[in-house]
Design a protein around this ligand. Sequence first.
Ligand SMILES: [Zn+2]
Length: 244
Amino acid sequence: MKTLFFAFRCSFVALIFSLFTITGQAQSAQQWQAGQVLSTTALGKINIDSCFTASPITDQIFKRIWLKSFKRDCTVPTDDLRYLRVLHINKDGHTQMGELICNKAIAQDLLDIFRKLYQAGYRIEKMRLVDEYDADDERSMADNNTSCFNFRKIAGSQKLSYHSQGLAIDINTRYNPCLNTRTGLVQPANGKRYAHHRINKKNQPIRFIDKNDLCYKLFIERGFTWGGSWNNPKDYQHFEKRNP
Ligand SMILES: [Zn+2]
């Protein structure tokens, strides 16, 4: 009986300890700011699952997007959107905390894709909400920022972009610009030199997205369309999911 009591007491202590550890892990991942570079020591102390999360749009997040990416005439309810936090490897090879807003219909796709890209060491320079650039797409793209939701029209048209519903994402935007093959316009303007000569060199940290690229493969596997396959524009940074 004494042994049984001892075993029971040990497992109770172990349970309390593991609950404490789980809570501690979740807290430390949440405390990291988006954009923060993380040390190997800090990463070693936490459960990696707590770094890849999707959550509803809280009042705090809504304040950041209102009248920026979430315009007054926005037709997408906030209930359809999710705030994602994921890890990514930046241009210098360091782990960084990223953030995105997307449609809830592709939230799990993005969590899976970014986790695989992170594990493969695929470099993504920045991943901040477009609202950090006042939802100005050109500014965000020129800064090579990866982003998703932005209630806006397709450049040069009256049609709403898939970004408006959070169903499209732009990756490493400066190195994967959008080229209008009729007019020659390149967006962002500082990505011009990457619009035509798109041969990946061996040690190039940020890859040009092409059909051999891991990023391309992961998005296509999950039913996304790649803008680089279009005739016009050639939108190398862009993936969208039309029927999620
Ligand atoms: Zn796009």
